[in-house]
Ligand binder design. Structure first.
Ligand code: NI
Length: 168
């Protein structure tokens, strides 16, 4: 495994649509392994392939609601059901130090393939639902600031950081 560089907003790779994965080969496995290492080192809860410069439909989400906080690999994912609504702060590893208030479904169901091409479905609620929506948006070239009702002020961000410090 190797750490990959996280692309930042301004790079056009983040605004492009990703291609469907058709080969579930060692190259895909290496990409997913590298993305996992990069995500775990970043402190984020999700990472999409375009964020490491690869225009393929693959994302990782850490399910913080599940014991052991497993990293879920989603290849060619699509949201097949959504329920409820939540409104809250959202950030992105590609837009460091900026947060915005974004509305997302409270619960989503995603259908995807695993690294071997097997189809499966997974549900996410709360932060995990938010992460699924956010990461899938990356595959269409959409960043969260486009969906944000407003961005947080410097003061609000400091409060948010302080809350996160307390939780750790
Ligand atoms: Ni992001």
């Amino acid at each position: 495994m190797a750490l990959r560089n996280i692309v930042k907003k301004g790079d056009e790779v983040l605004t492009k649509k990703c291609r469907v994965v058709t080969d579930f080969n060692p190259r895909l496995h290496k990409l997913l392994d590298d993305m996992k290492e990069t995500l775990l080192a970043s402190g984020g809860v999700g990472l999409a392939a375009p964020q490491v410069g690869v225009l393929r439909q693959a994302v990782l989400v850490i399910d913080t609601n599940q014991e052991g906080e497993p990293v879920i690999e989603l290849v060619n994912p699509e949201i097949i059901a959504r329920e409820g609504e939540q409104e809250g702060p959202e950030g992105c590893l590609s837009i460091p130090n900026l947060w915005g208030i974004v509305k997302r479904p409270q619960k989503v169901r995603v259908r995807a393939q695993d690294r071997n091409g097997e189809f499966f479905e997974v549900e996410g609620e709360g932060l995990t639902a938010r992460a699924f929506c956010h990461e899938l948006d990356h595959l269409s070239g959409v960043l969260f600031d486009l969906r944000a009702e407003r961005m947080l002020t410097q003061e609000e961000m400091e409060e948010l950081y302080a809350e996160q410090q307390e939780e750790e």
